[in-house]
Design a protein around this ligand. Sequence first.
Ligand code: BGC
Ligand code: BGC
Length: 613
Amino acid sequence: MYFPHITKNKKILFFTISSVFLIIGVGFLVVKNNVMVPANDILSERCNQADAPYVDSMLPVFERVDDLMGRLTEWEKIGQMVIIEKNSIHDPSEITKYNLGALLSGGGAGPKEDTPLAWLQMVNGFQIAAKNTCLKIPLLYGIDAIHGHANVLGATVFPHAIALGATGDSNLVRRVADATAQEMAATGIYWSFSPNLDVPRDIRWGKTYETFGSNTANVAKLGVAYLQGTQVPVNKYFNVLATAKHFIGGGAMEYGTSRNKNFKIEEGNITLSEKYLRQTHLFPFQEAVAGGAQVVMVGTATWNGVNNTGNHYLLTDILKKELGFSGFVVSDWYGAYQVSYTRYDSLVSSINAGVDMVMTPFEYKDFMVNMQKALGNGDITKERLDDAVRRILTVKFKTGLFDRPEPTQEGLSVIGSAAHRALAREAVRKSQVLLKNENSALPLSKSVSKIIVAGSGANNLGRQAGGWTTEWQGIDGNYGLTGTTILEAIKSAVSQHTSVEYNKQGYFSGKDRFADVGIAVVGEKPYAEGWGDNANPSLSPEDLVTIQKVKAKSKKLIVVIISGRPLDIKKYIHEWPGVMASWLPGSEASGITDVLFGDYYFTGQLPVAWPLY
Ligand code: BGC
Ligand code: BGC
């Protein structure tokens, strides 16, 4: 007799039983998305860390690292090697499950409501998820605090590095970095992707303003000051960890060579001899390593056609061996996936070249699978894995992650404090460069009767601040930012008898030359890397029209340029008596009026060449 339904049921029964056995057979392994996720053994003896040497803050760092290394499973080690963009974490329990070692906020990636308290709660929440793992290794949380903790609304927005380059003042730069680190630490973030040690050779590059300028010695000097200001010791650890980036030669990428069709320079190629690369671009990194750098970010450029991220000679032979860099190398955004044709090959080449931590920055499951595979088949050795993890853990201990108390709400008062705003103002003041001063047009008197103010940058905090402020590419307008616009700074600098009239486009009803002084504040819209690559940095037609209007209505014209780099003003400058470069000053524009009205002298020097005639 034939009973098809019984056979079918038997088959189902057979399948069910064998699957159960299969699951039991693989024991503690759960297979999901091809990742072999070990079951959580948090209750096991291995996870009892009460008397473990690695939690003892009195022991030297290397002993703590040795102890912790001896406890880690391969799975946990892999987790320490990845850094994920926080928006890829949809449920904090994933941090626990995958033992993730580091997170970052990409440009503009903050909590739903952008307040310092919400940032603190968000980061503390992620740390709690990390504490739910067996060995409770804290997360390193990184952010681009490249001109103050400027992703956070309410933070002090310092001038961008190009302006600090104009000051040439390492003591000032150190204090700016320290203040930034304090604002970061208040929100529980102890890792800054700064300073930028690139030496730009082409101002058309959108990252020009992230740099201290084109003079190698100045970049090295200010870069080290910034690094040390960030890593100011608090108790036995760094307050905040700095990152020397982007190793190496980013400033020499050639126009038109980008791999990315949206960009012109970023992700491009560098054609240079090794001798020149060393002289011009390696020196700042050499100084930074000697000065205590613990993290180096490798950039996405290719050097003579070879991707830096996969270049063993650069990362291992030069950086780690020759310069003696003992910290860890982190790859840049997606950089470890751009070296080869497949993600697997790319990852393997990057890690074997010397990358210790991979900024994927999204797909951690994919990373885990590829790492398991590469370790399984010997494409990446256990020694390389251990070396990378040891480097990362050493830095985590030095940054006090295991020892520092959880930050609380009380610490938030440092964010945007009066002292930090005063420091930002000082930095702005010292960075102003006087480009032209015909017949002593500057400084201005505070007691003239009428001043007119116009221009795209006159009343716009977003433009003053530039990219990497609240949003990755910055914002055009005042929305949400706290600070003083140039217009407000002018109003508060002048005497009671001086009337200040403002019109953005320069429409003033008074007759020609009715104002004693006309101030036109013009310049660039905010931008950041890639999108800021520009064939011809110059003033917009609207800005030029505004300047003409202001000139017609005033006895004396002053042009204030807000920009991340030199703009081409050769055709017009002969018509303007007073011109100043204000760079991207950030939230405290009173630093501009401090020199505009003569309370201080102009002391800023051009950090990059600015051809004027
Ligand atoms: C930039 C880095 C930055 C990183 C994280 C990259 O695109 O090149 O400078 O630190 O993103 O936001
Ligand atoms: C992120 C930045 C990052 C960039 C790289 C953006 O979406 O917000 O942090 O540097 O992508 O392409």
